[in-house]
Design a protein around this ligand. Sequence first.
Ligand code: CP
Ligand code: NVA
Length: 314
Amino acid sequence: MQHLLSLFDISESDLKQILATASHLKSGLARGERPPVLERRVLALLFEKPSLRTRVSFETGIAQLGGSSLFLGEDVGWGTRESPADFTQVLGQFVDAVVCRTKQHERATQLASFNAMPVINGLTDLCHPCQALADVLTIREAFGTEVGKHVVFVGDGNNVSGSLALISAMLGMKFTLACPEGYQLDSSWLEQVIQRYPEASIEQTSDVTTAVKTADAIYTDVWTSMGQEEETAIRKKAFADYQVNSELMAEAPEHARILHCLPAVRGEEITDEVIDSDQSDVIAQAGNRMHAQKGLLVWLLNRKWVDENIQVIT
Ligand code: CP
Ligand code: NVA
């Protein structure tokens, strides 16, 4: 059974098909088209952490495709009320797929292990694959192609930057993480990326000023992710020189676009002036969450339609 626990679960050609499906559905929607290609399909959202974008974009996305969704919060008792096997196999009797947002990545892996329904990672501590799909759509729209573009992530080696590093490797983007010592990408994640994509251009540096000089896109995220709240003070100190502000933007090429997965802590990792500037694509990027995930859902649940209707131009 096909899951999307991370982008390691799919090939580059799968990824290109998902992105092409997303773009096709997005341009159709702009013409008022809402093809019911997932009619009567039901998507569950099983979330252990808060969410605006991921939750709403999946719920609206499946609705536009003729399906429906169920939001399942803590009251369903996942991991507390019955065994994981009973919980998951029962859920699989009712729904066509589940999006989960979990504190530990292993919880998502366990959910998928029963093969009761396709499991989509809607963010874990390890990675955020759906965010990366929308990020690439946004970069593609800004430049016409993502290939060869240099994405500089200023901030933490976290779930968002890890997925961005992987998708960059899959699609031929150059990726640099500019971060303080001790906040690099998870080393075993990076090893897996390099093992699978030995040609990948991935760098990590503490020299943020030099890193942004060749950036096509400058991306940032919160310094303290959900679940790390007790480290807030330490992280504020560690990342103090890694704010995306006008001074840093003055070092970057004029064409560089600004990205942020949101939610942002304005005044910490990014200033109002930069996030609200003409160079910023963050609102369009958030909007692309829905388009990207519609592509993913159709690819997962109606591959026949994708094969018959979507042409991947490489
Ligand atoms: N970017 C993102 O995943 O946002 P939410 O936490 O609001 O879903
Ligand atoms: N790195 C952030 C992303 C939120 C969308 C977190 O995990 O909280």
